[in-house]
Design a protein around this ligand. Structure first.
Ligand SMILES: Nc1nc2c(ncn2[C@@H]2O[C@H](COP(=O)(O)OP(=O)(O)OP(=O)(O)O)[C@@H](O)[C@H]2O)c(=O)[nH]1
Ligand SMILES: [Mg+2]
Length: 403
């Protein structure tokens, strides 16, 4: 979803590269990543299988610099094109401000192109968006192949949408930046037309920053606004609580305070991480995301969970970043972390004795499981003490009455 911060003159948009399998979506992002000037781009995150097919999504943050007086940032995503990843495509598409449809120009790919475009139309529709009034640019890719159809033929047979089109040979880098520019222009023009720019698919009630936004807390001079807090609270609720997603609105004062406490800790941690020069590289983020997915048993289950909890890809990415930062900061604070977390033998046997019913296979079989439980417990305690240490040396104010 477009996020506009008027006070800071910032606008941030999400562009999704859509299209059938192997049409060249990931290649587009790779080329943009290569061509964008240093400093304007973040790491390219690619979650792919061995054969380089996109498994989950690719992600590239891009800074377009100053456009019409606003500092403009784009988040680029690709979807996995393979037919059976429909639920992932739906998730990646959530909150999109524009789509680049990468079509394969080969004549034999007509059906696949059409099917994917239909799939895009219906997925947008599920999010309450009419494709006809949505910024879509079509890229005719693979123009270099001998079987590539004439552009006139492609226009007639595929482009029923009458979307603007660009020819490309993404593998050679041709047409990739032209496509990106055409799409960015379409998206930005629309924001200017609409004024507010909040798209219909916006999952959270984000509002443009008002002048006098109530502040619920101050952490070392950084304000936590009420809206920011409520967004955080809602996402945390969706991530962790089992109950109905909508019950978020029923949270009482006590729970809200707890959540604010969590946000204060999180803010402290991020400030400290920045001070300590902790940075996250792409391999770490990929590994963390894959680990998160594994916990669910399969990607399909993970997708289902995200869908049912109304979570977006950005939510999950932020959570992954948080997990990595916590781990890095723990290591910083406790250099002998691994040794500290290793439970003593007595503790393991004690746990077994008092939880015998849960381990019908006997003590030996239970050993590794119990160790893991105790390590996690120890880790949580260390995280807590790291937070209280951070609090001890910080200036934190919380305004309960503003919740
Ligand atoms: N000949 C030719 N090959 C291309 C072109 N663009 C991409 N390819 C190749 O097509 C194959 C698939 O490209 P990807 O970018 O991985 O395709 P994708 O759309 O991300 O595929 P999925 O992730 O499975 O949906 C790769 O081998 C690319 O090198 C092109 O313009 N011409
Ligand atoms: Mg791909």
């Amino acid at each position: 979803m477009v996020q506009i911060n008027f006070a800071r003159k910032e606008v941030s948009c999400k562009l999704v590269y859509y299209g059938p399998g192997m049409s060249g979506k990931t290649t587009n992002l790779q080329v943009i990543h290569q061509k964008a000037p240093q400093g304007a781009k973040g790491d390219l995150i690619a979650i792919a299988t061995e054969g380089d097919r996109t498994l989950f999504f690719d992600f590239l943050p891009l800074d377009l610099g100053n456009v019409k007086g606003m500092s403009t940032k784009f988040q680029l995503y690709t979807v996995p094109g393979q037919v059976y990843y429909a639920s992932t495509r739906k998730l990646v598409l959530q909150g999109a401000d524009g789509v680049v449809f990468v079509a394969d120009s080969q004549k034999k790919k007509l059906e696949e192109n059409l099917e994917s475009l239909k799939d895009l139309e219906s997925t947008l529709k599920e999010n309450g968006i009419d494709i006809r009034s949505f910024p879509v640019v079509i890229q005719w890719n693979k123009r270099d192949l001998p079987d590539a159809a004439d552009v006139a033929w492609l226009e007639e047979n595929i482009n029923w949408l009458k979307a603007p089109t660009v020819e490309a040979v993404a593998a050679r880098g041709d047409g990739v930046m032209t496509t990106l520019k055409a799409s960015a222009k379409l998206v930005l023009d629309r924001i200017n037309e609409k004024g507010s720019g909040i798209s219909a698919s916006t999952p959270l009630p984000t509002q443009p920053a008002k002048k006098e936004e109530p502040v619920v807390g101050i952490v070392n001079g950084a304000n936590i606004t009420r809206n920011y807090f409520l967004d955080y609270c809602q996402v945390q609720y969706r991530m962790t609580v089992q109950g109905d997603v909508d019950d978020f609105h029923k949270l009482g004062k006590k729970e809200l305070l707890e959540s604010l406490n969590g946000l204060v800790n999180h803010t402290l941690l991020m400030q400290e991480a920045k001070k300590s020069g902790i940075s996250i590289d792409k391999k770490q983020l990929e590994a963390q995301l894959i680990q998160m997915i594994r916990k669910f048993g399969s990607r399909e289950k993970f997708d289902k969970w995200m869908e049912s909890r109304l979570l977006t890809m950005d939510n999950v990415k932020n959570e992954a970043v948080k997990n990595i930062v916590v781990a890095a900061m723990l290591k910083n604070s406790y250099p002998d972390l691994a040794a500290m977390m290793e439970p003593p033998v007595g503790e393991v046997s004690g746990y077994f004795e008092s939880h015998k019913a849960a381990f019908p296979g006997g003590a030996e079989q239970a050993d590794e499981k119990i160790k893991q439980i105790l390590r996690n417990k120890k880790r949580r305690a260390l995280v807590e003490s790291m937070y209280s240490e951070l609090r001890g040396k910080s200036k934190v104010s919380v305004f309960e009455d503003k919740l």
